[in-house]
Design a protein around this ligand. Structure first.
Ligand SMILES: NC(=O)c1ccc[n+]([C@@H]2O[C@H](COP(=O)([O-])OP(=O)(O)OC[C@H]3O[C@@H](n4cnc5c(N)ncnc54)[C@H](OP(=O)(O)O)[C@@H]3O)[C@@H](O)[C@H]2O)c1
Length: 333
């Protein structure tokens, strides 16, 4: 079968290899992957910027497919079911934080960028019926990260005015789709006017271009400030967010694409009684709650494009260059 693997040979660190089809162990199932989706994490692995990288691992955290084989302990009920995969591996017993053994499917365990995947049956969820395989594959990692950042760590309430930053991002768009479904009052930032305009057609009340240094003044004028900001850029944007967060508001970070800030405006931080909060992925119960929310509200993910498996490296390049608006999805057959 074909699989996109991390390699230390050749010009690129990712390569489409021909490898043996895996066999499920006792508690595992064999899933024929129908579609998989890219996350920035996959590009971080390609660039050697992810911890504990192992060559020869099949990348990919997001996937949807059909169960075509069962380990000896797995119920027959799973056979032929259409499923999506929960990419959490070993979250552990504490709902507040992942265990020391925690990792995400696709590094160091083999992931979804393959024609077949073996995975513990407890990682399966039924595919919401309103979604195609390609749409379903776009949901898990971004959806669960957005859900925890917004609903759990951000404590979202209907009365909130929310800022979702970098709306070109997969997690940001998942948050936007959740907010749109809930009738939320939300605004976005982006480095692209075009992406801001698209976000407005999907439910954002307005948007600001973070490349314009004074964007926060417009944001304050238009909105009066935000109760909640969710962000994955970090860097010096942190101090700008402290200018537009309302007193006692929350700023939730689930990434740090722009690195660490040179300094933090400590005065604004303590005087505003604001909270800077970290968030990562979501525990298994939150994953289930996110899928329920998607199903009940018939939420559709934003899909930029669906590419054939042979073009997956081009899809990585587009993600690296932030060209997409929506998830980059790979169709396996
Ligand atoms: N902790 C977790 O569980 C978790 C889960 C998922 C992702 N992440 C992290 O979150 C980040 C985004 O992931 P993703 O998969 O959503 O990525 P993505 O789909 O590739 O989107 C990244 C977006 O971030 C925005 N951005 C990039 N550089 C920026 C900067 N300097 N300032 C402001 N915005 C910037 C851009 O938005 P515009 O195009 O609109 O300008 C870009 O489209 C990555 O760092 C990733 O590792 C963490």
């Amino acid at each position: 079968m074909k699989a996109l693997q991390l390699t230390d040979q050749g010009d690129d660190t990712i390569i489409l290899n021909e490898i043996d089809k895996p066999e499920p162990n006792a508690n595992e199932v064999l899933v024929q992957v129908k579609a998989a989706a890219l996350n920035h994490r996959d590009q971080w692995c390609r660039e050697g910027k992810y911890p504990a990288l192992k060559v020869g691992v099949t990348l990919g955290s997001d996937g949807a497919g059909i169960v075509v084989g069962l380990g000896k302990n797995v119920s027959n009920n799973w056979l032929n079911q259409e499923v999506i995969i929960n990419p959490n591996i070993d979250w552990g017993d504490n709902p507040l934080v992942q265990s020391a053994n925690y990792h995400i499917l696709g590094m160091p365990s083999d992931g979804t960028f393959a024609e077949y995947l073996v995975i513990n049956e407890n990682r399966l969820a039924l595919k919401p019926k309103h979604l195609t395989f390609e749409q379903a594959a776009a949901i898990p990692l971004a959806g669960m990260t957005a859900y925890r950042a917004l609903m759990i760590k951000g404590g979202y309430q209907d009365s909130f005015k929310v800022l979702v930053t970098g709306i070109g991002g997969g997690v940001s768009q998942s948050a936007a789709m959740i907010l749109s479904a809930l009738g939320g009052n939300y605004y976005v930032t982006s480095g692209s006017e075009e992406k801001i305009e698209k976000a407005k057609t999907l439910g954002a009340k307005g948007g600001f271009n973070y490349k314009d240094k004074g964007w926060w003044k417009d944001a304050l004028k238009v909105t009066g400030g935000f109760d909640l900001i969710i962000d994955s850029a970090g860097g010096n944007h942190v101090n700008t967010y402290l200018k537009v967060i309302k007193s006692a508001g929350k700023i939730v970070f689930y990434g740090s694409t722009a690195g660490a800030p040179e300094s933090v405006d400590m005065f604004r931080l303590f005087w505003s009684q604001a909270s800077l909060i970290g968030s990562t992925m979501a525990n298994d119960d939150e994953f289930t709650a996110m899928i329920k929310l998607v199903t009940e509200n018939k939420i559709n993910p934003i899909v930029d494009s669906i590419r054939p498996f042979d073009e997956i490296v081009n899809a990585f390049n587009d993600m690296r260059d932030a060209k997409q608006f929506g998830k980059l999805v790979i169709k396996m057959d």
